[in-house]
Design a protein around this ligand. Structure first.
Ligand code: NAP
Ligand code: MG
Length: 495
């Protein structure tokens, strides 16, 4: 059922409603954003984003709602509201998935079942934690006291487009559970689901001014949030390049807390000596590489086979078959495993990187020939081998449906391929021997190590990157909630 979403799109575009401040949608007064459907290249409409004054208004509104209402103090009330919000989001799963499908090319049926349900799970999980807020009590000869987490205040959120609603949920659920007020800036490539979420939050009873959403581009609205002196924390998911800017913005303004979730170059390692059927892992590997058109910070970009040449060749054959069977199609169709990439710039960059690698000597193992017609931003899922050093693909984050396969003789070499990278977000190892699996977990240094199947963990497990894949803080798990709180000590001197 997507009628509500369709009406919403019409209302938003007719009214130019690019901002949602204080519980009300309003016309944006800043630079316009073009909403493009990446499956057709067609213009959905043009939406004015927030002006500098509107950024300021949103922050002031959030501050007032945080300071003057009972939101920050009423743990049980917040938990109840978040559970209602979870139900409201669940009831509108198709509407939300529709918005992300038309604007970001997300496969509708996967997005409804996985991304939106992930938001629901997040809201429920953090509602439970908000309801059981424990402090720490201390006693000593000089008195007694307690340490407790208090909400930080006004949290700014700057989001990417690859999982528009899921990334929003990862930030909003713990930040709200902790008692904060928020100002969110979705990516200019995916604004609709965030604006719609603000409407659902209001319907679920989140007090006006606690969730504010501003359309607009990064240079203006994102930067204004990052530099605002009354934003207490800025949480960001996106590229390392932009993430670094937020550290500068913070240093040059009020030293707001900054939490960054950045990119990755995940490896999928198959330890053939301890894998009964190496070919049997191919389906999981291809899904991890090409799911969401590879636009996933944990997407497998290197498939590493540890073992001899003969086993490797047969593994590569199975992998190639799986890659060729991975269906690319209209995001609204039930059969598509992946849709288009986000925009023309991304498509051109990905294709250029592949062409450059092939010109430099890389071998194409598979390049899916069966792409939809038309002006959509389609990129063929591509498997490469022998990618030469010095090419963009050999060191960069491709963020598209492209993976390279390689063989190494020893486990140590595979470990070095992961640990030797500036990125350290996630990787997967397939190894069915317990003792050796333990060895892998001791050696591979990444934020999330998946064993015997690609995974990012659950709502209850912290997610974030080591090295240059992140900076302070985690999404998911109790650690995410802690990240949206400051610690406050109260000490009572003994009389
Ligand atoms: P991006 O270019 O870094 O953009 C992310 C957000 O930052 C967008 O909302 C963008 O706004 C905004 N922004 C851009 N320039 C800015 C500036 N000068 N000041 C303030 N804000 C600015 O990343 P993306 O292309 O959307 O997403 C892809 C990247 O995100 C990949 O590198 C990927 O690995 C990473 N990612 C990481 C995770 C994780 O959890 N670690 C998850 C998903 C994605 P506009 O685009 O609207 O201008
Ligand atoms: Mg778009």
């Amino acid at each position: 059922m997507t009628e509500r979403a369709k009406t919403f799109v019409k209302e938003v575009l007719d009214g130019g409603l690019g901002v949602h401040i204080g519980g009300r949608p309003a016309a944006g007064e800043g630079t316009a954003v073009d909403l493009i459907n990446p499956a057709t290249g067609g213009l959905i409409g043009t939406l004015p984003g927030a002006s500098a004054d509107q950024v300021d208004e949103a922050v002031r509104t959030a501050r007032a709602s945080f300071s003057e209402g009972t939101w920050a103090q009423d743990d049980a009330g917040r938990a109840e509201t978040l559970r209602r919000l979870a139900d409201t989001v669940h009831a509108h799963a198709d509407d939300i998935a529709y918005l992300d499908a038309i604007e970001a090319g997300k496969v509708f049926h996967l997005s409804a079942a996985e991304d939106v349900e992930d938001v629901v799970a997040n809201l429920r999980y953090f509602a439970d934690l908000a309801d059981h807020h424990e402090g720490r009590q201390l006693q000593g000869p000089s008195g007694w006291g307690w340490v407790r987490g208090v909400p930080i205040g006004v949290v700014g959120v700057v989001l990417p487009w690859n999982f528009p609603i899921a990334m929003l949920g990862w930030k909003v659920a713990p930040a709200l559970a902790a008692g904060n007020a928020m100002v969110l800036k979705p990516s200019e490539d995916s604004v609709l689901s965030a604006l719609f979420f603000a409407e659902l939050a209001r319907e679920a009873g989140v007090p006006d001014g606690i969730v504010n959403v501003l359309a607009g581009d990064g240079e203006s609205v994102g930067q204004a949030l990052g530099r605002h002196d009354d934003v207490d924390m800025l949480t960001f998911t996106g590229s390392g390049e932009v993430g670094r800017l937020f550290l500068t913005y913070s240093a040059e303004s009020n030293l707001k807390r900054v939490s960054l979730e950045l990119g990755g170059r995940a490896a999928y390692i198959v330890d053939s000596e301890h894998t009964k059927d190496a070919g049997g892992t191919a389906g999981d590997i291809i899904g991890a590489a090409f799911g969401n058109a590879g636009q996933n910070c944990t997407a497998t970009s290197r498939i590493v086979y540890v073992g001899d040449e003969e086993g490797y060749r047969s593994f590569v054959d199975t992998l190639t078959d799986e890659a060729l069977a991975f269906s690319v199609g209209d995001p609204m169709s039930d059969s598509a495993a992946m849709g288009p990439v986000i925009n023309a710039e991304a498509r051109d960059r990905i294709v250029t990187w592949v062409d450059q690698a092939v010109e430099a000597g890389a071998t194409v193992l598979a390049r899916q020939p069966d792409l939809p017609e038309g002006d959509g931003y389609w990129v063929a899922p591509t498997l490469l081998e022998s990618v030469p050093e010095g090419t963009e693909l050999s060191t960069g984050e491709v963020f598209g449906p492209v993976a390279q396969v390689l063989r190494v003789d020893s486990r140590e070499e595979a470990v070095q391929l992961v640990n030797g990278e500036p990125y350290g977000l996630a990787s997967t190892v397939w190894c069915e021997d317990l003792a050796t699996a333990k060895w892998w977990t001791d050696q591979v240094k990444v934020g999330t190590l998946a064993l015997n199947g690609y995974s990012e963990g659950t709502v209850a497990t912290p997610f974030g990157g080591l090295r240059q894949s992140g900076f302070w803080g985690r999404d998911n798990g109790p650690e995410a909630l802690d990240g949206y709180r400051e610690l406050m000590t109260v000490w009572v001197s003994a009389p």
